[in-house]
Design a protein around this ligand. Structure first.
Ligand SMILES: Cc1cc2nc3c(=O)[nH]c(=O)nc-3n(C[C@H](O)[C@H](O)[C@H](O)COP(=O)(O)OP(=O)(O)OC[C@H]3O[C@@H](n4cnc5c(N)ncnc54)[C@H](O)[C@@H]3O)c2cc1C
Length: 306
């Protein structure tokens, strides 16, 4: 049986380890934290959003990025201080602008296929991750944003994801707590929300039941090609240890670039910092006032999930 190391125990590493185990491979998962999903997969926006499949490699993103650099309340800020990694990442980002349409269609297709797996695995393994199938509503304050979303909808439809335009009054009917003025929205009924930390931990336990060896608290220090296979060097409280495998999958989030480079491979991930807060709705007024349907405001890059 082929032996595979998976480096990283976020949602990418755990789903990879689980999928490989289902295919009959012998899998070992390395995660430097004591549990799965303690970094980016700890608490995100909670959206299972195939409707967010539009890739960012569009000329308007570059324009917005430049304008945002002059605003204090910009939804995304780029530190202008140059570094080789930043320059190479932006160069690659720009080189993909011509593939915007094709990549958006393919990302939508991938997202639709991925969520089918996710739902099926959660059901088969009995994972409770607060899944809520109430759709996602994208909201637009101006005509330009709404018109762009209309063009995105055509690409999503070509990727197999239907969504419908809604008027401000329809938006209010879908989510009665919405306040303020909007030009319109797009509602994707098939989208949903859930708790990424609960899902990843539930799937990690399911992977263990299927024979995956999970090594938590193991910080991978180095990976190299060794005798036709791969040698992983990892450390824990008791010191360094070496492990040999037939292959490796690098799922280490923002650390992936450095780990892959030691194998002569290139994963050009550049880290972005984002914030998520979880609010406990204690009193009745708060519970009544918070949205039930998940929202995405494209202009401010703001999402809510209940
Ligand atoms: C604020 C915010 C909101 C978001 N909202 C959404 C959303 O609503 N919907 C959505 O789909 N996505 C959302 N995302 C994105 C999504 O959360 C991430 O894409 C996803 O969690 C990334 O998972 P990952 O497994 O690739 O990375 P991570 O979860 O970061 O996992 C990488 C793992 O590798 C481990 N690791 C790294 N180096 C080593 C090493 N040397 N040895 C051992 N282990 C190592 C780390 O400890 C970590 O556990 C959001 C992101 C942010 C920041």
């Amino acid at each position: 049986m082929k032996t595979i190391a998976v480096i990283g125990g976020g949602i990418t590493g755990v789903t990879t380890a689980y999928a490989l185990a289902r295919r009959g491979l012998s899998v070992t998962l390395f995660e430097k934290n004591r549990y799965a999903a303690m970094e980016t997969s700890f608490a995100n926006g909670g959206q299972l959003s195939a409707s967010n499949a539009e890739v960012w490699n569009h000329p308007s993103t570059l324009l917005k990025g430049l304008k945002w650099m002059l605003r204090n309340d910009a939804p995304l800020l780029v530190n202008p201080k140059p570094s080789w990694h930043k320059i190479s990442w932006f160069a690659e980002f720009i080189s993909h602008l011509p593939h915007y349409e094709r990549n958006t269609i393919e990302t939508a297709r991938l997202a639709v296929a991925a969520r089918e797996h996710l739902f099926a695995w959660a059901e088969e393994e009995g994972i409770d991750f607060d899944l809520k199938k109430q759709g996602i509503l994208h909201i637009y304050r101006d005509k330009a944003g709404f018109d762009h979303a209309g063009r995105v909808s055509e690409l999503l439809a070509r990727g197999g994801l239907p969504r419908r335009a809604v008027t401000p009054s329809e938006m209010k009917a879908i989510e009665p707590t919405l306040a303020g003025q909007y030009h319109g929205g797009y509602y994707t009924e098939s989208d949903s929300t859930g708790d990424i930390h609960k899902f990843t931990n539930g799937l990690a336990r399911a992977a263990e039941r299927r024979g995956v060896r999970t090594l938590f608290g193991q910080d991978v220090q180095g990976v190299k090609v060794h005798g036709g296979g791969i040698r992983v060097t990892a450390s824990d409280a008791s010191g360094l240890a070496q492990h040999d495998f037939d292959g490796v999958v690098v799922c280490a989030g923002t650390a992936s670039r450095q780990i892959a480079a030691s194998l002569g491979d290139r994963i050009n991930i550049y880290p972005v910092k984002g914030y998520s807060i979880t609010v406990n709705l204690r009193d009745e007024t708060s519970q009544r006032s918070a949205p039930q349907v998940s929202l995405l405001d494209d202009a401010t890059k703001f999402v809510t999930s209940r």
